[in-house]
Ligand binder design. Structure first.
Ligand code: EPU
Length: 451
């Protein structure tokens, strides 16, 4: 597909300002939550990304009227006429995103039945949904897995339950929240994920009328209510996109101010960024001449001009180092002096992209062992989930094929950091999570063109 290829003329530092909008991994869930209300909801600062299109399509199929509000990025969801959709219509969205699994609870509450297509999302491991299904069954749902997707009913309604997640899964925590808020009685979720996007989803649900208490030690208690209304919400900014631009600044020896980036959600990333030698400055007010609406302030990230330092890091659930920060930052680590170690503990197969970096001159070796940190659930299994990066390496141009969203962005950063012209195939995949990335690249002085 020729229009899906970007020629990247690398070797130029990226300098300038970009703005991040509402977090992809909150926005899509808040959109699903609108189904639970009996009046319209308004979401501000919604980025124009593919995941938003997919969820919009699914909501519309179920009778939710989605319209644009007055401000840029404002979407209004009117769930007054929620209705069933046909399996064939829903299946048009099969394989396009992982969000459809979160329609289970809301559709069971609104319609008494649900059909969920085969899921998509990034190919970064098997990504099972067993926690979701176990939880839904405990709420009282009958789940039938069929070749075309998953059929669910709740003949006796949904009832609060006690559930302990085997691992603090983001999606399964959201599944429980979106189901428990209207279930009869109290739900206690143990070992819940507490990512900032989940806390923001809890804010959305609270605005709708839900009663949710977050206790210490990953325990969330939800008191079911009889009805929920709409919400009006400005999402937290996208901390993953913000970190991606920070990594791009470091890898290309540049200087990027990420407007909207919020320190509180990026603390762990900022510590690692600083340990490598990256410089940053947090500003809490808008810079001069910046009048666009959105969160105030941002973070400026820049290369120190001296050599970067190797680090050992381990990805983990929040408040650890987010797995989605890993791939872009590894590109910067190829430029650091010494041996860096990255232990990926969230996904078992999220290091495959390092082969592409090696083809550009990086020296990265992956291992099955848990290196540099505490043993994780993937240790002694057949997964290359630790990486050793020896640097600094001079990167040179190559032809690259984008395998998934975050690895895709890392390929792009590598091509921008490398001398010469790289061809990056499959760049449209990046649109799943990065709004207007080509315009932003141009604004930062990158020399890229569609070929
Ligand atoms: N897991 C199971 N069983 C389940 C659910 C999860 O074994 O039923 C395992 C997964 O296989 C994985 C781990 O638990 O090893 C964590 O998965 P989690 O459920 O937390 O991930 P997710 O909800 O599918 C979201 C984000 C991901 C992000 C992860 C971890 C969205 C749409 N996706 O996925 O974001 O990496 O949480 O923080 O919110 C991305 O934005 O590029 C992305 C992949």
């Amino acid at each position: 597909m020729t229009d899906d290829v970007l020629a990247v003329h690398g070797g130029t530092p990226l300098n300038g300002r970009v703005r991040v909008r509402g977090a992809k991994n909150l926005v899509s869930k808040a959109m699903v939550a609108s189904l639970l209300g009996d009046s319209p909801s308004t979401l501000y600062d919604v980025p124009a990304i593919r995941d938003v299109e997919v969820v919009t399509g699914l909501l519309e199929l179920h009778g939710v009227r989605v319209s644009r509000g007055e401000s840029d990025g404002e979407l209004i969801f009117d769930p007054s006429n929620v209705e069933s959709a046909s399996t064939d219509e829903i299946n048009v969205h099969a394989g396009s995103s992982r969000i459809p699994i979160l329609f289970c609870g809301p559709l069971l509450h609104r319609l008494g039945h649900a059909f969920i297509p085969d899921l998509g999302g990034c190919h970064i491991g098997p990504r099972p949904i067993d926690f979701h299904i176990q939880a839904l069954r405990q709420f009282g749902a009958i789940v039938d897995k069929a070749p075309e997707g998953m059929h669910l009913t709740a003949p006796n309604g949904l009832h609060g339950t006690k559930f302990e997640l085997p691992y603090p899964s983001v999606g399964a925590t959201e599944q429980v929240l979106l189901t428990a808020v209207l279930a009869e009685g109290v739900t206690e979720l143990r070992n819940a994920a507490v990512e900032p996007e989940i806390m923001d989803l809890i804010c959305v649900l609270q605005k709708m009328g839900a009663i949710i208490t977050v206790h210490t030690d990953r325990v969330i208690e939800i008191k079911g209510v009889k009805r929920l209304g709409g919400y009006s919400h400005r999402p937290i900014p996208d901390r993953i996109e913000a970190a991606s631009w920070a990594a791009a600044a470091l890898a290309t020896r540049g200087d990027i101010t990420v407007l909207g980036a919020q320190q509180a959600d990026m603390g762990t990333f900022l510590n690692v960024f600083r340990s490598i030698g990256g410089q940053f400055e947090v500003t809490d007010t808008l810079p001069p001449n910046e009048t666009r609406p959105g969160r105030e302030g941002g973070i400026r990230f820049w290369h120190p001009g001296t050599e970067l330092t190797a680090v050992a890091l381990e990805t983990d659930v929040h408040p650890g180092f987010a797995t989605d920060w890993q791939q872009p930052l590894v590109v910067a680590l190829t430029q650091a002096r010494g041996i860096s170690i990255v232990h990926e503990t969230v996904y078992e197969q999220r290091l495959g992209y390092t082969e592409a970096l090696n083809s550009m001159g990086a020296t990265i070796q992956t291992y099955r062992d848990c290196l540099g940190g505490t043993p994780c659930r993937f240790g002694r299994r057949n997964f290359h989930h630790s990486a050793v990066i020896a640097g600094p390496s001079k990167l040179h141009a190559a032809d690259l094929v984008i395998p998934d969203l975050r690895a895709g962005f890392s390929h792009l950063i590598a091509a921008l950091a490398a001398e010469g012209t790289s061809r990056v195939y499959g760049v449209n995949l990046i649109k799943r999570g990065y709004e207007n990335f080509e315009t932003k690249l141009a604004e930062l002085g990158a020399n890229v063109e569609r070929v």
